[in-house]
Design a protein around this ligand. Structure first.
Ligand code: PNS
Length: 166
């Protein structure tokens, strides 16, 4: 496996995402973490903020780059010369949607395969939405997000409240 791409919203990156990034980086030469810039959604963090938090979280993992993308993932992968998409699977309920996306991406770009990594058991329940909800209600998010970005989340969510669009 040469260049692989790990796409997502990462609003914000969680400890579960970081676990997948570290494990995927060990399977390829170069891993691009691709942050979706979707004009139609109102995320809690801007694409620039999400990239900045990811860069701090992956600091020290040598073959990982963080980039922003918009449009079709299949086109962006072609542009990068990536032939592998990495996705994390937390539960059977993730599978149907991910299976559909994997097939659609391969239809759009026949060279593109999706490789699924199973979540580590301790992160099965974890998602960006859960993190934001816990933070918004004053709960402790220690260990749920990379230590280096914990304060960013507490400052933003506790200041602005639970106003993002899921
Ligand atoms: O973290 P998310 O929100 O589950 O990530 C979803 C993402 C970014 C992987 C997906 O929405 C995506 O690839 N969007 C780009 C647009 C696209 O290619 N759509 C067709 C995929 S079938």
């Amino acid at each position: 496996m040469k260049t692989a791409i790990y796409p997502g919203s990462f609003d914000p990156v969680t400890a579960g995402h970081l676990d997948i990034i570290r494990r995927a980086a060990g399977l390829c030469d170069r891993l691009i973490v691709a942050v979706l810039h979707n004009q139609a959604k109102k995320p809690a963090f801007s694409p620039e903020e999400r990239c900045d938090m990811l860069r701090r979280a992956v600091d020290g993992v040598p073959n990982v780059e963080v980039r922003m993308f918009s449009g079709l993932l299949a086109d962006y992968a072609k542009q990068l010369g990536a032939e592998t998409i990495i996705k994390g699977l937390r539960a059977v309920s993730d599978f149907e949607y991910e299976f559909q996306m994997a097939l659609a991406n391969r239809k759009l770009n026949p060279h593109l395969d999706t490789v699924f990594l199973m979540t580590s058991a301790e992160y099965m329940y974890l998602s960006s939405s859960i993190v934001k909800d816990i933070a918004a209600h004053g709960g402790d998010i220690t260990g749920l997000v990379p230590d280096s970005i914990q304060d960013d989340i507490l400052l933003r969510i506790r200041k602005e409240g639970n106003t993002w669009q899921r």
